[in-house]
Design a binder for this molecule. Structure first.
Ligand code: C5P
Length: 402
């Protein structure tokens, strides 16, 4: 049931907009209160009166309407909801949301909202397959926007393919699932490391690696969505801090270890950072100069192993410690050896032999633990994060029962 839930429904333009009326009916049948926002192009397909009648609520259309703003400002509107649903979401609406454009009421409130956003895309198959739309979707997913559909089938334009708005019952099921999803990690603390480390050579130069932090950040966000109190310790990345996650920014492996130890105790630690194995033993205090005597020799020393340190803690070892292993050959064998050597509970092994993991959106994982291994299908990093977060929740719950 959705009793008492407040849905803010944004209806953007497109022939599928008529299905939003059915969606309103279904949501209301299940006890949800619905407030609709209709874009200008949406109003070409459904009338404000239909939406007002079915929602039994005022329909909001204009950003600069004096009456609307005095009754309920757009900021308030964006926050007085438990979930924002955009159905249908046109290619244009998705593009604006991805780019952060706020040029009408719908796009402004989507930028201003502090609530989760679910989009149900609907467009012609070619628009759906266009690289611009693909990139926008990837950006939105990465930010935690929930996506329902689209579906495949004959389209109003006479073509066949992916791009049809999901049926109202499917969108309703996704809304149901959103609210039904318990928060199994409520009361649990999680520590996640992410990104590369930068190890200084001198004040302007450093040794780094190609880690983007996408996987670690996605894991932190997924654990937070399941209710965990998450501390994310991240090396230098270009990603935004995930919502509802305490994010600590560090540069070096030494700083990362310190921040991790400060975040203990935790119930689970996930080490997704690509920590530099070595650092320059004594970084120069001043910028190194070419002095005509040839290149400098850098003397290296080993960095602390954060995963092993956390795994081997005595008093405050997290109940579950998870590491990653990027390998180019004998992936599972190496992962199993790493599991033993580092003392962690799970290793998520990924095959990076094709070079298609660092900085990319996909990941091919095999979960290795003391009892066996499980190959996951190739998934995008958000899906890997979601799956891992759910597995962590199951494992911590099983631990409590035992
Ligand atoms: O030994 P290797 O770097 O292959 O192990 C990878 C795993 O160990 C990852 O989970 C990584 O986050 C973690 N690690 C660490 N500290 C290091 C090196 C790796 O936590 N210094």
């Amino acid at each position: 049931m959705l009793a008492g839930k407040r849905i803010l429904l944004v209806v953007s333009g497109g022939i599928a907009a008529y299905k939003s009326l059915e969606l309103v009916r279904r949501l209301r049948e299940r006890g949800a209160a619905v407030t609709a926002v209709l874009t200008r192009s949406g109003a070409e397909f459904v009338t404000p009166l239909s939406l007002a009648s079915l929602t039994e609520n005022k329909v909001y259309q204009e950003l600069f309407s004096l009456t609307d703003e005095s009754e309920m400002g757009h900021i308030q509107l964006s926050r007085a909801a438990d979930l924002v649903v955009v159905a249908p979401a046109t290619a244009n609406a998705l593009a604006k949301l991805a780019a952060g454009i706020a040029d009408d009421l719908a796009s402004t409130l989507l930028l201003a909202t502090d609530k989760d956003v679910m989009v149900a895309p609907a467009m012609n198959v070619r628009m759906w397959e266009h690289p611009a739309t693909r990139a926008n979707l990837a950006t939105l997913r990465q930010r935690g926007v929930l996506v329902v559909g689209p579906e495949e089938g004959p389209m109003a334009c006479g073509e066949f393919g992916l791009g049809r708005l999901s049926e109202p019952m499917t969108i309703l099921a996704a809304v149901d699932a959103y609210f039904a999803a318990a928060t199994p990690l409520a009361g649990k603390r999680a520590l996640v490391t992410s990104g590369p480390t930068h190890e200084p050579i001198d004040p302007v130069r450093y040794i780094a690696n190609r880690s983007s932090g996408k996987q670690g950040h996605a894991i932190a966000a997924a654990l937070a969505r399941l209710g965990a109190r998450v501390t994310l310790v991240t090396g230098p990345v270009t990603l935004a801090d995930p919502p509802a996650v305490e994010t600590v920014h560090v540069e070096t492996a030494t700083e990362m270890l310190e921040a991790c130890l400060a975040a203990l105790p935790a119930d689970v630690a996930v080490c997704a950072a690509a920590v530099a194995d070595w650092r320059v033993a004594r970084a120069a205090g001043q910028k190194l100069k070419k002095d005509g005597k040839g290149a400098p020799t850098l003397s290296m020393t080993e960095n602390p192993d954060i995963l092993a340190t956390l795994s081997k803690r005595k008093a405050d070892r997290p109940a579950l410690v998870v590491g990653f292993a990027a390998e180019t050959q004998s992936v599972v064998d190496y992962a199993r050896a790493k599991l033993k050597k580092k003392g962690c509970d799970w290793i998520l092994a990924n095959d990076v032999s094709g070079g298609g993991v660092f900085g990319q959106d996909d990941n091919q994982i095999t979960l290795v633990d003391a009892t066996g291994e499980e190959a996951w299908p190739r998934l995008d990093k958000q899906a890997v994060a979601q799956r891992l977060a759910q597995r962590i929740a199951d494992r911590l719950a099983a631990g409590e029962e035992a």
